[in-house]
Design a protein around this ligand. Structure first.
Ligand SMILES: Cc1cc2nc3c(=O)[nH]c(=O)nc-3n(C[C@H](O)[C@H](O)[C@H](O)COP(=O)(O)OP(=O)(O)OC[C@H]3O[C@@H](n4cnc5c(N)ncnc54)[C@H](O)[C@@H]3O)c2cc1C
Length: 222
């Protein structure tokens, strides 16, 4: 476990915040990898069952959050979507600059190090690693395509900047709209980030389009 300082907290979409964290000495991580965050949060009442409750009602919570910056040089970023009935995610959304949070990691074999063109399929907070990877790819001179399933993606400013800088950004209501891009992207590495059912559907669509190596990180059930 290492304590990191929160440098900035920014609202980047509906119930979604980006936390910029000061990267500790000797720590490195790539977009796509995730951090374990541990915190003692207000348990909010006896109906909750997760975590280890203390006599004060505080609960020790852990959660995983994926890097959404193109690298971890100096600072790194995570993107957190929260629901009001959640525990750790709303607590993270309430952090302010100067707060310290405990992290561990990085974890995960799904990562991008700037070594070729990418297509990233994302939903919800999965748009975080999608923009981080696309920015890293464009910075290294590679093609990048981000396909967001849903409406009104978080990180709109960064998606617009990617689009203006030569990346392809698509917001789709059906993953069928991704088939042609996946079919034509033989040279690209295909990444998928999101919750369980999205990852399953995205893998099915990618495989049907002839992509046999999909690098997917599953955020668990919604
Ligand atoms: C490898 C990995 C990487 C992950 N990366 C990210 C990431 O980059 N960003 C991110 O936001 N999350 C990410 N997650 C999910 C994250 O770790 C937590 O599961 C999530 O933030 C739960 O928040 P909570 O503790 O506040 O909610 P909980 O207290 O665990 O949940 C309370 C209730 O709310 C529901 N719920 C919680 N969050 C949501 C949601 N977003 N939408 C709908 N229902 C919800 C739960 O199903 C439950 O019923 C990742 C998970 C994994 C396994």
């Amino acid at each position: 476990m290492v304590e990191v300082t929160v440098d900035a907290v920014e609202e980047v979409g509906t119930r979604t915040v980006a936390l910029e964290l000061r990267t500790p000495e000797g720590f490195d991580a790539e977009p796509g990898q995730f951090l374990l965050v541990r915190a003692t949060v207000d348990g909010g009442g006896e109906q909750r069952s997760a975590g280890n409750r203390s006599e004060t009602g505080d609960v020790e919570e852990t959660g995983y959050y994926t890097l959404s910056s193109p690298d971890a040089e100096g600072t790194m970023e995570i993107t957190v979507e929260y629901v009001p009935e959640g525990t750790l995610a709303p607590w993270l959304a309430e952090r302010t600059p100067g707060d310290e949070i405990e992290i561990e990691g990085p974890f995960g074999d799904v990562r991008y190090t700037g070594d070729g063109p990418v297509v990233v399929l994302a939903e919800g907070p999965g748009i975080g690693p999608a923009v981080g990877i696309a920015e890293r790819a464009r910075g290294a001179g590679h093609d990048a395509t981000v396909i967001f399933w849903g409406e009104d993606p978080p990180h709109r400013d960064r998606l617009d900047a990617l689009d203006a800088g030569g990346a392809t950004v698509l917001v789709v209501g059906s993953l069928d709209e991704a088939v042609d891009i996946l079919t034509d992207a033989a040279a690209a590495t295909v990444y998928v980030f999101g919750f369980e059912s999205f990852v399953r559907d995205a893998k099915t669509v990618a495989e049907a389009a002839g992509v046999d190596d999909v690098r997917a990180e599953n955020f668990g059930p919604r």
